[in-house]
Design a protein. Structure first.
Length: 326
């Protein structure tokens, strides 16, 4: 056992994205956890309708669709398939999957695979569960009331307190996540603010959307949210590359960082956002069971999937940050 101690930001960056890191594994994120994209094709259909609406607002010409943290291209594949039903038949879409892992075999050739989002995007930039995997430092308030960085030993996840938090990180804590007292913890979301601002800056016209499990300043969890996932189960966060490392996002701070141009940002729940886009968990009329039994069964299954995507206490509580440019 070594005595190598690191801040959580560096440790997680290496564990997730370094050589042999978690997000470079062949199975991809879907092998370890389930997102809205994997829960139902209704999610991709809703994003397709959002893309069509954005294209109509921008006018004629090609429209860009950029998926940040694209995994293995599941969302883009679903959106392209759903476009005709969403009113986008014939829409000229330039699709970009932004992902560090290599391009998966058999992916739709219309999808361009890249490590960074293209600049000058006109259309929709969509980041589903991307910001929660932007590594951050973790702070804990010591018995003396001083906020200190939490250091971690990568091989086993053992922690200890390090130096006091100072500079821009201390300012971020004061503004966005004030201490709840000795023993309280916080994820310092400044790297996420900066990552989101950079992403929004690539959009020349259209809409940027971040979807994630989130919290706001008036309801920060007093002991932080850092955790791990492996094989569909929540596990202790150990930055050794064996598990996902994730924490909830301070979306209000990201909104402020990315609002340097365009209309004011909008924060809403996934439940609200998907309802706007026509995804509802309402049951089909019972009369349909007698006139079209097969159609009733399909509608009932769709309603069940919509209910999962919009459920309170579940996926429906995810935050949607929407920012328009141009």
């Amino acid at each position: 056992m070594t005595d190598e101690w690191r801040g959580w930001q560096v440790a997680a960056e290496t564990a997730l994205y370094g050589d042999g890191g978690f997000y470079r594994s062949p199975e991809g994120p879907a092998g370890h956890f389930r997102t809205s994209v994997h829960a139902s094709p209704l999610f991709a259909s809703a994003v397709a309708r959002l893309l069509v609406g954005t294209a109509h607002e921008l006018g004629t010409g090609p429209v860009d669709l950029v998926d940040l943290g694209a995994g293995r291209g599941e969302l883009l594949t679903g959106v392209l398939a759903a476009l005709p039903a969403a009113g986008g038949d014939g829409l000229d879409v330039r699709a970009y999957a932004v992902e560090l892992a290599g391009r998966p075999p058999g992916l739709d050739p219309r999808i361009e695979w890249c490590a960074e989002p293209p600049s000058g995007t006109y259309g929709l930039l969509f980041a589903n569960e991307w910001l929660d995997n932007v590594p951050t430092e973790v702070a804990e308030t010591g018995p003396d009331g001083v906020d200190r960085y939490v250091l971690v030993r990568p091989e086993d996840g053992t922690e200890r307190l390090g130096e006091p938090v100072t500079g821009a990180d201390a300012e971020w804590l004061r503004r966005w996540w004030p201490s709840a007292g000795p023993g309280s913890r916080a994820e310092i979301g400044r790297p996420r603010d900066e990552a989101w601002a950079r992403a929004v800056s690539t959009v020349a016209g259209g809409l940027a959307v971040a979807v994630d499990y989130a919290h706001v300043r008036d309801a920060r969890p007093p002991f932080g949210t850092l955790t791990g996932f492996r094989g569909g189960r929540e596990v202790r966060p150990v930055p050794d590359g064996s598990c996902d490392l994730t924490s909830h996002v301070a979306l209000d701070a990201c909104a402020a960082a990315g609002s340097f141009a365009g209309a004011p940002p909008e924060l809403l729940s996934q439940r609200e956002a998907l309802h706007r886009l026509g995804v509802s968990g309402g049951r089909p009329p019972l009369a349909l069971a007698s006139t079209d039994p097969a159609g009733y069964v399909r509608a009932l299954a769709s309603a069940g999937e919509a209910a999962e995507l919009t459920a309170r206490g579940g996926l429906g509580d995810f935050g949607w940050l929407m920012q328009r440019r141009g």
